[in-house]
Design a binder for this molecule. Structure first.
Ligand code: C2E
Ligand code: CA
Ligand code: CA
Ligand code: CA
Length: 279
């Protein structure tokens, strides 16, 4: 009983109280932000290594807060995930991404796609497939030009439900990408059972090229096997010329990172893409 009492006491430490009230305030602020649509997207180009062309963009959400300015996703996505607000936020993100990239495809006359992140909580939303179908219809973006990024861990968490969901999404015509690849437990051989179009090698494997021979070996192995399985490989977090050469040497399909461009606001996207293709 004494032990229990102590634990209970520890649970209600001043820090916990502060954290709880912090979460509560954030939840309220998120609710307002969702109502007033204070979220905006930045886009980061993905460059095709063989041709040097920009093929598409990853949409990355920011909270445009009236007092605190631009808030990065790491400061609110996990809370939105915990409260379930990520479901509504996710639909706002999907709708904005599809609408803006549909517009850019028309003004630029380029066949761009957009990649959108889906969190584990969104995968459990029974209305997901239907809602995505409605968003595609409303915005007019062709389904095959929407790529959904799902993390390896989210996929493997409930693999049976995930499989059914992935097949429903595939039937809708959207493409699927495994995000943060290499940080979870899935084996490459397992991948061929999934309707997966591409996998994204996590930044943690890219950042230490050329210093870390283990990371380099992993990249070489992943790209070699993905090629045999006919799956595209996207490397994220590309920052240096040496990394660029190593990834090209290993036949990585696409790269994304500060070396070419940080994520930029929509109104700078066309200019940014043109500049990348001229270098
Ligand atoms: P992620 O999906 O792994 O996205 C890549 C992150 O790496 C982005 O951070 C991007 O800005 C950053 N990055 C890109 N190139 C480089 C580089 O060369 N060097 C370094 N150091 N970083 C680079 P960001 O925008 O802060 O997003 C962080 C995470 O938040 C994302 O990681 C993703 O998990 C999550 N996220 C962002 N937008 C959304 C969204 O709309 N929905 C959901 N569910 N999650 C999102
Ligand atoms: Ca991602
Ligand atoms: Ca990542
Ligand atoms: Ca490392």
């Amino acid at each position: 009983a004494k032990q229990e009492g102590r634990n209970n006491y520890q649970f209600f430490t001043p820090e916990m109280n502060t954290r709880a009230s912090h979460l509560l305030r954030l939840e309220t602020e998120l609710r307002d932000a969702l109502e007033q649509r204070h979220f905006t997207l930045h886009y980061q180009p993905q460059i095709h290594l063989k041709t040097g062309k920009v093929r598409g963009f990853e949409a990355l959400v920011r909270w445009n807060h009236p007092q605190h300015g631009m808030i990065p996703p790491l400061d609110f996505i996990s809370v939105a995930e915990e409260t379930g607000q990520i479901v509504e936020l996710g639909y706002q993100v999907l709708e904005q991404a599809c609408r803006e990239i549909k517009q850019l495809r028309e003004t630029s006359k380029q066949p761009y796609y957009v990649a959108v992140n889906l969190s584990p909580r969104q995968l459990r939303d029974p209305g997901l497939v239907h809602s995505i179908a409605q968003i595609l219809e409303r915005t007019g973006l062709p389904a095959r030009k929407l790529e959904l990024e799902i993390t390896e861990t989210a996929l493997m968490e409930q693999i049976d439900q995930s499989l059914a969901l992935l097949h429903d999404l595939e039937a809708l015509g959207v493409t699927l990408s495994i995000d943060d690849f290499g940080t979870g437990y899935s084996s490459l051989s397992y991948l061929k059972q999934l309707p997966v179009h591409s996998l994204k090698i996590d930044r943690s494997f890219v950042q230490d090229i050329p210093a870390d021979p283990d990371d380099m070996a992993i990249i070489a192995a992943v790209t070699a096997m993905a090629q045999k399985l006919n799956i595209e490989v996207v490397a994220e977090g590309l920052e240096t010329e040496q990394q660029f050469h190593y990834l090209r040497y290993n036949h990585c399909t696409l790269v994304q990172g500060y070396f070419f461009s940080p994520p930029v606001p929509f109104d700078q996207l066309e200019e940014t893409s043109i500049k990348i293709q001229q270098t």
